[in-house]
Write a protein that binds this ligand. Structure first.
Ligand code: ADP
Ligand code: MG
Length: 687
């Protein structure tokens, strides 16, 4: 298949060029033609030299009037020559490219595109792009809307453009249109070949917009269809369990150490309505960090258990699972409900006991990590499944747990604020509840973005807080020193440095993902118990951990983290009644980075942060996709293409309603492609 051929089969691509293309994630001809332009320049308009705008890019059509000369300035080779049109003349200059001298002949006509500058008392165009114009009427073919691609070091636009042109020539006959004719017609989408051609080399702006619309539609369509086919019964509500609200509920609520916030009551009510209903619940509970989701989960679990069903709560990390286990065991104790814990470090013997207990319905509530979804674990009367911090799990894993019951109610909880568009893609089939209020008495977290010159002051501040009884997290991006990232802080060296040089009298521990589960648990236990003053860690503490006495979150190399991640990390403090602080240290001079860190200073609203992150980083960046386990978008922009997404979802639902298994002949191509995508490793993992 031509599309899957390696780029090495292209003329002009050797090992070196291939390596550079690989850095752009381009390996095959298909990758090449799906490397869509980042932007376009309208080079149809030719500017007379006398009207060129200084310090801007101009497009001129000019003849060479002087022989290219080589000179040297400050040790740098410069090739220059003069060109003119009817209105004037300028110099064309190339720096450090001696071979350019032999590329140009007096009398030849060229289209030059580049920035015009005033330099050394001359007007010159620096290192322009150029295209020879041999015959006068050839100009229309050369002066075009020109695509600009994401390039990489020493791979010029001209080279990429040439390779894409070649790939398009080879691939065009083999491009397959996945979208059935009827959909193309209904949504007025141009055909695939036309779209691919015009996205790279648009005939005019209208053709470009048509092409883009078509490709965005297709990209979102295929993703959505794949996701929906995975959750095969996405649209039908299935018959589930109609729970009764037990008399013991008020007793349970009375035992809680606090009163629920209004937002918690509201969401709890939505959940109880769903549970009473005979249809199976499928609900996403979104609540910012610290909004109190755990207790809502506890109440829902209690309801299911009092109805004589079993229930499961799955958490993404062992640390979090243990924390939930301790909290819930305590709450369930007065009601004589047996609670089990199952994680990666549960011993074989304990595990067998738990499996037996679950099978015999002796253990009613099971808390755990991924370990819960293993095949041999049976939960015969599973009536409610809750997944905490769901973004750490794939859809598949979540489904697998609920498949242990017949038609259990399902709640997934997340603190990751998901921009609306993404929520639509991922949870279009779920009802959504939002806890939009924090429990009372919380002190707002004060956030400061500073550079590393502030370290002395920061340490003095940490010392002050610790001496008044508080605790501190310090986050580093790396575990240990390594050659490629030696400029980044690492957990091992950092904690050693603190121990020996900064805080010799304080208790300092470190934590990272490479440690054994047992060690990690012990470290977390020490920190939660207040024994450790300072915990130096990687982002393993990012999700869910609750130590209300910790008041400082210091994040080193803050530029290395996504905003959503910084927000999660910050959420580890400000959980008690003491005033809390988040300090972001970064020496980055990058403008976007500075803006992103500034947002953190300005707001603690997770939704504002998520939307801003998506906007600042633009399409295809990892916040939008990778963090949620979705593949990167090639062309769709999850921020601006929300409208198309809505259309797509309607369309996908309609198709699946008419032909749930995509068996009709019209959907044959679609079926094959979806099947292939679902079987691919990458998507497999993502889903
Ligand atoms: P998250 O939503 O991030 O999972 P948690 O459930 O861990 O938040 O709750 C954060 C903290 O708030 C916990 O210490 C919890 O005991 C406390 N909390 C939860 N609900 C309330 C409430 N209604 N009033 C006071 N404190 C509460
Ligand atoms: Mg939580």
């Amino acid at each position: 298949m031509v599309l899957n051929q390696s780029i090495l089969t292209l003329k002009g691509v050797g090992a070196q060029v291939a390596a550079k293309l690989n850095r752009l994630q381009i390996y095959t001809l298909k990758d090449m033609i799906e490397h869509y332009p980042r932007e376009y320049e309208d080079r149809r308009k030719i500017t007379p030299i006398s009207e060129c705008v200084m310090n801007e890019h101009n497009n001129i059509l000019a003849a060479i009037v002087s022989k290219p000369q080589i000179t040297k300035k400050a040790g740098k080779i410069i090739v220059s020559f003069r060109v003119k049109d009817e209105t004037g003349s300028i110099y064309i200059v190339f720096y450090g490219q001696a071979y350019m001298k032999n590329n140009f002949e007096v009398g030849e006509q060229y289209l030059f595109y580049g920035k015009i500058k005033h330099k050394y008392a001359k007007i010159e165009m620096e290192s322009p792009e150029y295209e020879k114009v041999a015959v006068p009427n050839q100009i229309e073919q050369i002066a075009k809307i020109t695509p600009i691609y994401n390039a990489t070091y020493k791979l010029s636009q001209k080279v990429i453009r040439g390779l894409i042109e070649k790939s398009l020539d080879l691939c065009m006959p083999f491009i397959i249109d996945y979208l059935p004719q009827s959909i193309r017609k209904e949504y007025q989408l141009v055909d695939k070949k036309n779209a691919v051609m015009n996205i790279h080399f648009p005939q005019n702006s209208e053709a470009f917009f048509e092409a883009r619309k078509r490709l965005v539609f297709e990209e979102l369509f295929m993703l959505q269809l794949a996701l929906y086919s995975l959750k095969s019964d996405f649209s039908k509500k299935t018959l589930g369990i109609a729970y009764k609200i037990p008399d013991t509920l008020s007793l349970f609520l009375d035992k809680l150490p606090y009163e629920l916030t209004n937002a918690q009551k509201y969401v709890l009510n939505e959940i109880m309505e769903d549970m009473k209903n005979k249809m199976a619940m499928n609900r996403l509970v979104q609540g910012d960090v610290g909004s109190g989701k755990t207790v809502i989960a506890a109440i829902a679990l209690f309801l299911a258990l009092q109805n004589d069903h079993q229930a499961a709560l799955m958490a993404p990390t062992e640390v979090l699972a243990i924390q939930h286990y301790e909290f819930l065991r305590e709450l369930m104790l007065p009601f004589k409900i047996e609670v089990g814990l199952l994680t990666g470090s549960t011993t074989k013997k304990q595990k067998l006991e738990i499996i037996e207990g679950l099978r015999k319905e002796k253990i009613k509530l099971i808390i755990g990590t991924h370990a819960l979804i293993e095949d041999h674990i049976e939960i015969p009367k599973l009536g409610l499944v809750i997944t905490d911090e769901q973004h750490r799990f794939g859809v598949r894993q979540r489904l697998k747990l609920s498949e242990k019951g017949l038609t259990p109610d399902v709640i997934v909880m997340t603190a990751t604020p998901i921009p609306r568009t993404l929520a639509l893609i991922l949870y279009g089939d779920m009802d959504i509840s939002i806890i939009n209020e924090l429990p009372p008495g919380r002190q707002p977290i004060k956030t400061n973005a500073v550079d590393s010159a502030y370290h002395t002051r920061i340490y003095r501040f940490i010392e002050k807080e610790v001496l008044s009884g508080r605790q501190c997290y310090i986050i580093c991006p790396m575990v240990e020193d390594n050659d490629t990232n030696s400029d980044l802080q690492n957990v091992l060296d950092y904690s050693e440095h603190l121990k020996t040089e900064i805080f010799p009298t304080l208790t300092i521990d470190y934590l990272h993902g490479k440690m054994k589960p047992k060690e990690k648990n012990e470290i977390m236990r020490r920190f939660a118990a207040g024994i450790t003053h300072i915990l130096v860690s990687t982002t393993v503490v990012e999700v869910g951990v609750n130590v209300p006495n910790a008041t400082i979150m210091l994040i080193e190399n803050a530029e290395r983290f996504g905003l959503a991640q910084l927000h999660q990390l910050r959420g580890r403090v400000g959980r008690g009644t003491h005033k809390s602080y988040c300090i972001l240290v970064s020496d980055s001079k990058n403008k976007v980075t500075k803006k992103r860190l500034k947002i953190m200073e300005e707001t603690t609203d997770g939704f504002v942060i998520a939307e801003t992150d998506l906007k600042l980083r633009g399409p295809g960046e990892f916040f939008g996709t990778k963090q949620h386990g979705l593949p990167e978008m090639k062309i769709a922009n999850l921020y601006t293409d929300a409208k198309v997404l809505k259309e797509v979802q309607k369309c996908v639902k309609k198709i699946l309603a008419l032909d749930p298994d995509l068996e009709s002949s019209e959907n044959e191509i679609l079926y094959d492609e979806i099947k292939q995508r679902l079987s691919k490793e990458e998507l497999h993992h993502a889903l």
